[in-house]
Design a protein around this ligand. Sequence first.
Ligand SMILES: Nc1ncnc2c1ncn2[C@@H]1O[C@H](COP(=O)(O)OP(=O)(O)OP(=O)(O)O)[C@@H](O)[C@H]1O
Ligand SMILES: [Mg+2]
Length: 418
Amino acid sequence: MNDPLIASLIRAVESAPEEHELRLHLAQQLHQANRAAEALTHINIVVQKDPGNTVALQLLGQVSAALLGNAADATAPVTEPEKPTQAEQPDFDWDAAAEQFEQSVPAPFAEPKIEMGECSGGAVPEEPVGERITLADVGGLQNVKDRLNESFLAPMRNAAIAKAFGKSLRGGLLLYGPPGCGKTFVARAVAGELQANFMAVTMTDILDSHIGETEKNIKAVFDKARSNAPTVLFLDEVDALGLRRGSLSGSASWLRQMVNQLLMEMDSLSSNNDGLYVLAATNHPWDLDEALLRPGRLDRAVLVTAPDGPARESILRYHLERRPIAGIDLKWIVQRTDGFSGADLEHLCTTAAEKAMMQSIERNEVLPVDMTHIQLALNEVKPSTLPWLESARNVVRFSNENGRYDELEAYLIARKLM
Ligand SMILES: Nc1ncnc2c1ncn2[C@@H]1O[C@H](COP(=O)(O)OP(=O)(O)OP(=O)(O)O)[C@@H](O)[C@H]1O
Ligand SMILES: [Mg+2]
């Protein structure tokens, strides 16, 4: 970080911002020092002013490849190669780059593959691995963050104060909402905040077709969580298990047993289990067994909706700033993406990058992602939250006697969908 050559180059560039050659020299040094994101910023400045600058474009290709995790290109300097093996490929390798891009679509940067933990055969899931994110990385969703904070983040961090107020860590919270709006992402952020005190399980992973195995898995998960208390146990896609018992036919009695096991484990939350908090996520809360939503179990629910304007801006920025870009008008995109989920926005960015890549391959030069690519992508990627909201409307109309979906109702009214 404190490379004196780079430091003096930065000062030089600051005092002579129009010197493209100097700026590219700095970019190259940054690239060699594995500071690809900073290198990219400088290359972008040059490409915007001088789109035909071949040195800039060549360097752009290398830095993009490095950002995409292409180890071979990651440290290869534009001119003098460091290692003899790299000297054998002095030119930017188009085929490799194209392949690299293609492999990275649809999700090159944003969602590092997270293993929620295999849990068959009674195994207990491991903590999620991957890039650590925190709540600061989650765009918008202030209502969700506030609720998480008061339910367990603040009490866990201030155990003594919480105790004085008679607040023990127990209970559960259900995150619900349309697909792709950040339920799993928020839970990963909670994991990032809590680290050792967080356990994540995807319900579909613990379903086992062997009689009795799923119940054993559920018990093992809860036992491990209890032994690590205070712990937040995250049950993702909880609807996979928490189906309405009434809707199960006789042949599905094994499923009923699993639901019962889950209920039993949740009940021990209110008896012998101080220090265990269950966070669950679903996009079909109305399919959950009523019993799961009773007091002491998942008795609170919080709606995770599509991101609002500022949240969309931060999500778009997150996905775009790691790519070679030029002249991106974030405000314009934000205005045209109302109703897009976080996942839709991510898809929009990867689609635009794909367009730029294909154009680059056609022209045999690296073109940064610009607004024309974004516009092309916008023709293809449509907001996906509307169908969910429409089906949710019926639930609010016909089965909200207990006020459980008041937050959803207010949201639908605010969006003029009711
Ligand atoms: N509020 C947000 N801030 C930043 N990124 C977000 C946000 N919401 C969604 N994303 C992005 O969209 C991706 C998909 O979100 P996520 O998987 O959390 O959705 P989900 O609500 O769990 O959907 P599903 O109901 O289909 O499981 C995330 O990995 C993240 O990259
Ligand atoms: Mg999810």
